[in-house]
Design a protein around this ligand. Structure first.
Ligand SMILES: Nc1ncnc2c1ncn2[C@@H]1O[C@H](COP(=O)(O)OP(=O)(O)OP(=O)(O)O)[C@@H](O)[C@H]1O
Length: 676
């Protein structure tokens, strides 16, 4: 409805209805008021009061004319519905309330009449004058009334004209209102349709606005994305610039490198040619080295054979402080003379080759005369008491090389109890006092490592056992000694010897051996609590098995190194003096003596020509070492001697046994030997 065409309605606007009525202007109310409001002097003047009595009718007339029902005809006609509220208010506003003021001063005429005073004769003269003045005034008033009546007449005429005009306009307004209604009826469908369309369009507009809003948000987001992408693009461009610069630099480097590469390629080609020619030389040299190695082995073996496949070293241990204290004196000032006193009369006359040892013994003849006897023994090498472990090993290190070359080597330590066998074989805890076993193992590892460059690969295994009372015990086993029965097996095809259920450890470094020796020593110590001096009463055999192969030459070899610490070789009467259980000790000693003499017998038999029977089976020891004593095997016996005079007879027995061994020839070469 609010969208109806407005201009036409505005043509009937109440503004026009309230337009001032044309005509002469009505004098301001002040003229009427002026006449209605009593003057200050009137209350005191009776004439004025009398005149005022006449005024009510005049005023009433005026008022009735001005505020009569006619004025209601000026009420604004009802505004058309389409007009706004304001317009309606304006259209129906009442004319200005001018007439209200006029009703204020309506005097009560009855009151005036009752209060009028009655005339008297006494006052006649004054009254005449007063009457004259009153008459004059009355005339004036009449004139005024006439004027007023004329004014009233004019106003009535104007009022009539206004009413007519109003009527006319009302009529026009009614007609216009009717036209409006007609128009509204005629266009109501269109308006409704337009309104629906309008609503649709408004909805469409709303949706479009929402879409627009969403699109704006999208655009905003896209703008932010674009800004961020621009930032990234900028940084990428910067990075690209840097990369381009780097690329240029790399390209130039690449060019330089390409040039260098070309030079290097030429050098490589030259070197390849050189390498090929060198490789041919290397191959030739390798073949030569192999041949040389073979020759070396043969020569080495020849040297060993020339030295003798059975050799005997003699080593005299120093006098120990324990020897001196055992002899009865602990005082140091007496120690030196006592040392001489307890020391046997030994001499080492061969200062150049160190091969001879002489012992002097004095005894009384049947006639009571003092008799001096000298004994001289010659061995492959004699070590004096001050000799070190390193000096002893220097002489036997070549045997370690032989076992790496595939030979069987046996090193025995022979001697009476306390002569230094264990010290020689196992040694002390320091590097300087290391015995033959750890030194030989280290030498084997060194030799195998050296041969690695000539294509040899080696596997080194170790076992450690003892033979006590003709029983084999595993010194590296998990169980207590004597816990398991071990048997000795020989393989005639390969010439190798195996002991059943014995612990065989693969050795990767020489340092492992020291741990094995300690472990074996502790096991023997446990056994010692049960049987006194176990280590002295049993043979211990440390075996190193070295298996080598050379894939280049197709050669294989297997050698073994047996390091044997023999039981004490003392005579039975000596042992009996120390033991608590003499029966056991006698049995121990008999077994020891039997095995030692079996060893001597085997060595003697080996030295004899012809197919003589070799009594290996006479003892566990010789049976175990069967393959290491026969053929091209190398055997070394280290005879350990006590320096004490009290052990002289035992020393002489040991020296005689060693001489017997020393005179034996094993294999191809025969040794030169001397004996007393
Ligand atoms: N060359 C040496 N230098 C210094 N001390 C030595 C030497 N030889 C042996 N000894 C010492 O002599 C003592 C006895 O030596 P060892 O135990 O080796 O004799 P053994 O013959 O093995 O005796 P057993 O048969 O009882 O085992 C030990 O205290 C040892 O340290």
């Amino acid at each position: 409805m609010s969208r109806l065409p407005v201009p036409r309605l505005r043509s009937n606007s109440p503004d026009r209805i309230h337009a001032p009525i044309p005509g002469p202007s009505i004098p301001s109310g002040s003229s009427l008021k002026r006449k209605a409001v009593p003057d200050d002097g009137e209350e005191s003047n009776p004439l004025k009061k009398q005149q005022r009595l006449l005024q009510p009718s005049r005023i009433r007339t005026n008022l009735s004319q001005s505020t009569g029902t006619d004025s209601k005809a000026l009420t604004k006609p009802r505004a058309p519905n389409l007009a706004t509220t304001n317009r309606s208010t304006r259209g129906t506003s009442a004319p200005p309330p001018q007439t209200t003021a006029r009703t204020v001063s309506k005097p009560p005429s009855a009151t005036l009449r009752s209060t009028r005073p009655a005339p008297t004769l006494k006052n006649s003269a004054a009254d005449v004058g007063a009457n004259a003045r009153l008459a004059t005034q009355l005339d004036l008033e009449r004139d005024a009334v006439l004027d007023l009546q004329q004014d009233k007449q004019a106003l009535l005429s104007r009022l009539t004209a206004s009413k007519e005009l109003e009527l006319k306009r009302r009529t026009e307004l009614t007609i216009a209102s009717e036209e409006m209604d007609n128009l509204r009826k005629r266009y109501s469908d269109q308006i409704a349709e337009l309104e629906i369309n309008l609503q649709k369009k408004e909805r469409f507009l709303r949706e479009a606005q929402e879409d627009l809003l969403s699109l704006r948000r999208d655009v905003e987001r896209e703008r932010e994305t674009v800004i961020s992408l621009k930032g990234k693009l900028q940084s990428q461009e910067n990075a690209q610039i840097i990369l381009t610069a780097e690329n240029h630099s790399f390209q130039s480097q690449n060019t330089v490198l390409q040039t260098e590469l070309a030079q290097q390629s030429r050098r490589i080609a030259d070197l390849t040619l050189q390498h090929e020619s060198d490789q041919c030389k290397v191959d030739e040299m390798t073949t030569e080295a192999m041949e040389n190695e073979l020759i070396r082995r043969k020569l080495h073996n020849m040297v060993q054979e020339l030295k003798g496949n059975i050799r005997v070293f003699c080593r005299v241990r120093p006098v120990l402080s324990s020897d001196i204290s055992a002899s009865g004196s602990q005082l140091s000032e007496k120690a030196a003379p006592l040392r001489d006193e307890i020391t046997a009369d030994m001499a080492f006359p061969d200062c150049r080759d160190h091969k001879e040892i002489t012992l002097a013994s004095s005894s009384q003849s049947a006639t009571g005369r003092e008799r001096q006897e000298n004994y001289s023994f010659v061995f492959d090498r004699v070590f004096e008491p001050h000799s070190t472990q390193a000096e002893v090993f220097e002489e036997i290190s070549m045997l370690a090389q032989s076992c790496v070359d595939g030979y069987n080597v046996c090193i025995f330590a022979y001697g009476q109890t306390g002569s230094g066998k264990s010290f020689t074989m196992e040694g002390g805890s320091t590097d300087a006092t290391q015995g033959m076993i750890p030194r030989a193992v280290a030498q084997v590892f060194r030799a195998s490592e050296d041969l690695r460059s000539k294509g040899w690969e080696y596997k080194i295994e170790g076992q450690f056992l003892e033979i006590y009372n003709e029983t084999v015990n595993d010194l590296l086993g998990k169980y207590d000694l004597d816990g398991k029965k071990h048997e000795i097996k020989h393989d005639p095809k390969t010439g190798s010897t195996r002991v059943t259920d014995i612990t065989v450890l693969t050795l990767h470094s020489p340092t492992q051996v020291q741990a094995l020796l300690s472990s074996a020593q502790s096991r023997r110590s446990v056994a010692s609590t049960l049987m006194n001096e176990r280590s002295s009463r049993s043979h211990s055999v440390f075996t190193l098995r070295i298996t080598g192969s050379n894939p280049g030459s197709g050669e294989n070899c297997e050698g073994s190194l047996n390091l044997v610490d023999l039981a004490g070789s003392e005579r039975i009467n000596v042992s009996l003096g120390n033991g608590l259980n003499d029966k056991d000790r006698v049995k121990e000693t008999q077994n020891i003596n039997r095995s030692l003499s079996a060893l001597g017998d085997v060595i003697s038999a080996l030295g004899e020509k012809g197919d003589k029977h070799i009594p290996y089976r006479n003892s566990k020891l010789t049976y175990l070492l069967q393959n290491s004593l026969s053929g091209n095997s190398k055997t070394l016996m280290i005879l350990n001697l006590s320096p004490l005079a009290s052990h002289l007879n035992e020393s002489l027995t040991s020296l005689r046994f060693a001489t017997k061994v020393n005179n034996t020839t094993l294999g191809a070469a025969r040794k030169q030997a001397r004996s007393s």
